[in-house]
Design a protein. Structure first.
Length: 282
């Protein structure tokens, strides 16, 4: 077997996308954008915790032991002809778009789930594959995987402190996904919730360290040095490129939510509590 395909196998089974905490920060920023239609924003706010949890839920395979493809609906490498992951989920499970049979909490959760799939897909296409992937033009693939994890940990550190009041521990899944058991979603919910409690820290570096066999102090030493980060990471991918990715995801998530929820908001079964913001219309 060629070295390329050995490395490719490593890539397929490592997590190569934003962390759950970065997904949470995307979700929170998304809800503050004035370009998100007011009626949709109001509905998502009414299912706030469910939406936030949905934005992390595809990564449940960490605890459920499922193949990544079973929860993310795409394989690696992504081919130009591949169906978009968020469309593939609804194609294989069309009842998840039948809003007459869904509860509001489930709809909010699914909206977040789809946003996560879109963000992961775009990260692979815009960040990982061209900069850190097997065909990258700098270093070797093993080193690029390490520096990719360093970037993900760096982004975690930059957003976690700014996360708002996240109470995903209050979410109660009830057969929301036909391909994931509720018990696994509950374990995933609790695993993340513990890390979000006051005084706690995220386990991102420790997870990466154990997975890749790089000592955690080595990660922290690099993360703590702006000089080294600039020389070893941002010389290959400027922060402006990462911010460009983030902006693109937010814009695409708005389109996704608008398309997915437009019909749901007109169903009698979807109850929006409280008053709409002034000037908002459904």
């Amino acid at each position: 077997m060629s070295r390329f395909f050995v490395y490719w196998d490593v890539w397929r089974y490592n997590f190569l996308v934003p962390t759950p905490f970065y997904h949470l920060s995307l979700a929170e920023e998304l809800l503050e954008l004035t370009s998100l239609p007011a009626g949709i924003r109001h509905f998502i706010h009414s299912q706030h915790n469910e939406f936030l949890f949905g934005n992390t839920a595809p990564d449940v395979q960490v605890l459920s032991g499922q193949p990544r493809e079973a929860t993310h609906f795409f394989s690696l490498p992504i081919q130009a002809s591949d169906q978009y992951a968020w469309e593939a989920l609804l194609f294989h499970h069309p009842h998840l778009a039948n809003f007459e049979r869904l509860q509001p909490g489930q709809v909010g959760f699914l909206a977040g789930y789809l946003c996560h799939l879109q963000a992961d897909w775009m990260w692979i296409r815009q960040i990982f594959a061209p900069v850190f992937g097997p065909r990258g033009s700098w270093g070797n693939f093993k080193d690029r995987l390490y520096y990719h994890n360093v970037l993900r940990a760096y982004l975690d550190r930059s957003v976690v402190a700014g996360l708002g009041d996240i109470s995903i521990n209050e979410v109660q899944p009830d057969h929301w996904l036909p391909f994931v058991q509720d018990c696994h979603l509950v374990r995933w919910r609790d695993f993340l919730s513990r890390q979000l409690q006051p005084g706690e820290t995220t386990l991102t570096v420790e997870v990466f360290s154990s997975r890749q066999g790089v000592a955690a102090p080595e990660y922290y030493a690099l993360l703590g040095s702006e000089v080294r980060m600039q020389r070893e990471v941002f010389s290959h991918i400027p922060l402006e490129q990462v911010q460009g990715y983030r902006n693109s995801v937010l814009n695409e998530n708005i389109d996704l939510l608008t398309n997915y929820l437009a019909f749901a908001l007109h169903q009698d079964e979807i109850v929006i509590e409280g008053n709409l913001p002034q000037g908002a219309q459904l």
